[in-house]
Ligand binder design. Structure first.
Ligand SMILES: [Zn+2]
Length: 73
């Protein structure tokens, strides 16, 4: 899925946060983040780093595992 925030430059990936098992959708280009199951929308994104820090993590890609590069919607 292409990212609505960076105008198709980035690809939205479905990822799992290793520390707590949360499933997220993250753009690999601009790090825009949406909860799993939410339609990616430019009005509602969170910054990946901010989201992770809010959960006591550092906000590194090494803290997540990519489940799929092409989540189905
Ligand atoms: Zn993006």
């Amino acid at each position: 899925m292409q990212c609505p925030r960076c105008d198709g430059q980035g690809e939205i990936k479905l990822v799992r946060v290793q520390a707590n098992g949360a499933i997220l959708q993250v753009c690999d280009e601009c790090d825009a983040t949406w909860p799993y199951g939410e339609m990616p929308n430019i009005e509602t994104f969170q910054d990946f780093g901010t989201f992770m820090k809010a959960h006591g993590l550092q906000g590194l890609w090494s803290e997540i595992t990519v489940i799929t590069d092409h989540p189905e919607k």
